[in-house]
Design a protein around this ligand. Structure first.
Ligand SMILES: *[C@@H]1O[C@H](CO)[C@@H](O)[C@H](O)[C@H]1NC(C)=O
Ligand SMILES: *[C@@H]1O[C@H](CO)[C@@H](O)[C@H](O)[C@H]1NC(C)=O
Ligand SMILES: *[C@@H]1O[C@H](CO)[C@@H](O)[C@H](O)[C@H]1NC(C)=O
Length: 414
């Protein structure tokens, strides 16, 4: 009897300490698996973290390293199998056909989502996940829902399919694809925190004014971007690189068929991204990459990452070589035009854009109002909310408009 009482008292004390600690952050679970769409996973984790949620990325696998889609390697925080008894305010499933299938087949995850739903918890899925996992588990019964347009016919009869970019019905939010990932994440923020918080988070993302429409590019000194065979692309990454910007470049350019090499400028191949501390594993170290020839170097933003790029002499030397060449290409988004290109004189005589609050750092601000700007061999863009447009504009220059449009449709960007 005394033991039970002591245990109960102990529990009360713990509860009290937690409450006192003010630990009221909403808990969000993003399950991932081999083949998960990395931009979708990163967008959910990044945007919910910006809203103040405590995000856990948990893998269905035995090890923590996850082979996501398009050759992206990331390190999860936890294993789904170890989450027994933990509860979350939101469980959001990223897509990817293989990834969703792997999530679907994870029994502990299915059990967890089911219990969460029975308790009235908020849940959702994007891309392939609504049709392949949620509907398969019978968890969209009688609800309006959407998924990737190519999988709409895979919905079971008990689902009411809606061809819309984001669908909210009761406690379930569903969405269509990589190109709707930010809209999906913002809808989740709105459901968890309200409209005001959603708008506060959306502002600095500089999301598209009219989602679903074509991308637009402002081009100066138009030249053809020619590569000898497969375009060889270098994407440098650092601790503090913006996750959505890095992953949009890697994912979308690989979809198009470019040979993308992700190189770390840190002292390990594993880097930690800016908002959600996502561990991303680069293909190699920059030192190794500098021995190879690239057609194009393109940098994600995130201020701490951009500052690291700027301090990395080997990268700056490589960028200078590209800037001075008539045929080699270079590009940057968000903080990187302002913190890497401008201070090293790599925007001299060029029109460019950058993250709006950092545009004052550019000498020539005449093209800053555009979301994506091309000037000869240089391409620049503004923010996480323009990262997909930026990647599509690069595909357009390297592979042609037809390829870019076909990928834009596959992403449900338009
Ligand atoms: C792609 O890049 C890697 C270096 O990351 C290189 O070893 C390989 O030969 C390239 N492949 C093609 C097809 O260009
Ligand atoms: C990398 O650098 C950091 C910061 O300087 C240091 O703490 C860490 O031990 C280094 N790691 C390796 C593997 O050298
Ligand atoms: C960058 O992050 C990695 C963890 O992936 C860490 O080992 C390293 O020390 C960090 N580097 C710096 C300079 O903080």
């Amino acid at each position: 009897m005394a033991v039970v009482t002591a245990a109960a008292a102990w529990r009360l004390l713990l509860l009290y300490l937690f409450a006192f600690d003010g630990d009221t952050a909403k808990k969000v679970l993003v399950p991932v698996a081999p083949g998960t769409e990395p931009v979708e996973a990163a967008a959910i984790a990044d945007v919910l973290t910006r809203a103040g949620a405590r995000v856990t990325v948990a893998t269905v696998g035995a090890g923590l390293v996850v082979d996501a889609a398009y050759g992206v390697k990331l390190v999860a925080d936890r294993r789904v199998g170890d989450l027994d008894g933990e509860s979350f305010d939101l469980i959001a499933l990223p897509g990817g056909k293989l990834g969703s299938t792997n999530l679907r087949d994870c029994k502990p995850l299915e059990k967890m989502v089911r219990k969460h739903a029975e308790n009235g918890g908020l849940y959702g899925g994007i891309g392939a996940a609504p049709a392949v996992a949620l509907a398969h588990w019978g968890m969209l019964k009688g609800l309006k829902a959407t998924c990737h347009p190519s999988l709409m016919d895979k919905f079971t009869a008990e689902v009411i399919p809606v061809n819309s970019r984001v669908v909210v019905d009761a406690n379930v939010v569903t969405s269509q694809g990589t190109g709707t990932a930010i809209e999906f994440a913002l809808a989740l923020v709105e459901r968890l925190y309200g409209k005001e918080k959603m708008e506060e988070v959306a502002g600095p993302l500089y999301t598209r004014p009219r989602p679903g429409t074509d991308y637009t590019v402002k081009e100066f000194n138009s030249m053809e971007w020619k590569c000898n065979g497969t375009p060889q692309v270098l994407v440098p990454v650092a601790n503090g690189s913006e996750e959505m910007e890095a992953l949009n470049l890697i994912d979308v350019l690989r979809r198009a068929g470019a040979n993308v090499t992700v190189a770390s400028v840190e002292n390990t191949t594993q880097i930690v991204t800016r908002h959600y501390k996502l561990n991303l594993i680069a293909d190699m170290m920059l030192d190794e990459a500098t021995k190879m020839e690239f057609d194009f170097i393109v940098m994600p933003g995130g201020k701490p990452g951009a500052e690291k790029f700027s301090d990395t002499k080997a990268l700056v030397d490589l960028l200078k070589k590209h800037a001075e060449s008539d045929t080699k290409l270079y590009g940057a988004i968000c903080a990187s035009p302002a913190y890497v290109l401008e201070p090293h004189g790599l925007l001299k005589g060029k029109k460019a854009t950058a993250f709006p609050p950092m545009q004052y750092l550019l000498t020539d601000r005449s093209a800053c109002k555009y979301r994506v700007v091309v000037d000869g061999n240089l391409i620049t863009s503004q923010a996480p909310g323009s990262a997909t447009e930026f990647a599509l504009a690069i595909v357009d220059k390297l592979f042609g408009r037809e390829k870019a449009i076909s990928i834009a449709k596959e992403l449900v960007f338009m």
